[in-house]
Unconditional design. Sequence first.
Length: 211
Amino acid sequence: MRPLIPMLVAVAVSAGCATKSHVSRQVGEVNNKVTALSTEVERTQEASRRNESRIDQVGQEAKNAQTGVSDAKDSASKAFSRAEQAERMAKGRLVYQVTLSNDKVTFLSNRAKLSDDAKKMVDETVGPIAAENRGVYLEIEGHTDSTGPADYNHRLGEDRAMAVRDYLHDHYQIALNRMEVISYGSEKPVESNKTRANRAQNRRVVISVLE
């Protein structure tokens, strides 16, 4: 029976080598999978970073586009105002025009009452012309800056224009049917509403003497 022992040992050693080889192969496969997974994770992270960068770029482009639209609206409004005035002058209708704006005279905040400075300016400019020339009539435009809702601005512009009309009627006996009141609210700024000084110029009443 003793000669069988070396054979059993040889079988055991052979089985042990096979087991180690199998384990090594499995470990190698796992390592390959981990490496592949890590590579995929890195690719995903890089794609995410590229997407975040693109999102930031698109957001900035959208912001720039919005600013461009706002500036274009301001430019278009100014161009429209200049064209409108040029048309009046070309027809020979516009005799005189004066603007009562907050950088020259003061309207109290959110109120339509004429200040003493505004009355004085009307007295020195429009009043005498309109009173002496019965063939002319007046267009009185009310304007505001962009602060506040559009409906409110439209009413405020109208109230300020009406205050000028009533002053001209009461102090110079200009007939009401010779004066037309128009409110544009914040629709026709003469300057951008980005600064306090510009907003002061947009808060105005424009009086046009027409024949």
